[in-house]
Ligand binder design. Sequence first.
Ligand SMILES: [Cu+2]
Length: 153
Amino acid sequence: MNRRRAALACALALTTGLALAGCSSDSGSGGEPELKVVGAFMPQPVSDMAAGFLVVQNSGGTADRLTSVTSPLSDDVTIHETKNQKMREVSSFEVPANGELDLERGGSHIMFMKLKQKPKQGEKVSVELHFEKADPITVDLPVKETTHNPKKQ
Ligand SMILES: [Cu+2]
């Protein structure tokens, strides 16, 4: 969208003979974050807490940040990192340009506290991911068995 406008500005600059810095924004630097969520799941919770895992891929040339997560399952959803096997809340996670943010078992995750109900394997939990720059993304986390770990299959 902005990229198209930038391209148009570049074309105009060329035809009018103006030199315009930033005309190379189509080549991968600059532009907007382009986000996609893959591999989302929630292990079936065994208490009134649950964790969510997913990967946010960014095919754009600009980094973004995951700043918060909301869900109908809980009014207390935070994002956690794990350091030395202890988890702690963070205010945001970077989604690098042309890279990805991995929320995976044993590492960073979405934390759901005080669950309003306990979702079971086969059900889905809707979450909305909020970013610093990109529009929010709504994604369904399929509930998997408690020990599910796609990286270790
Ligand atoms: Cu946690």
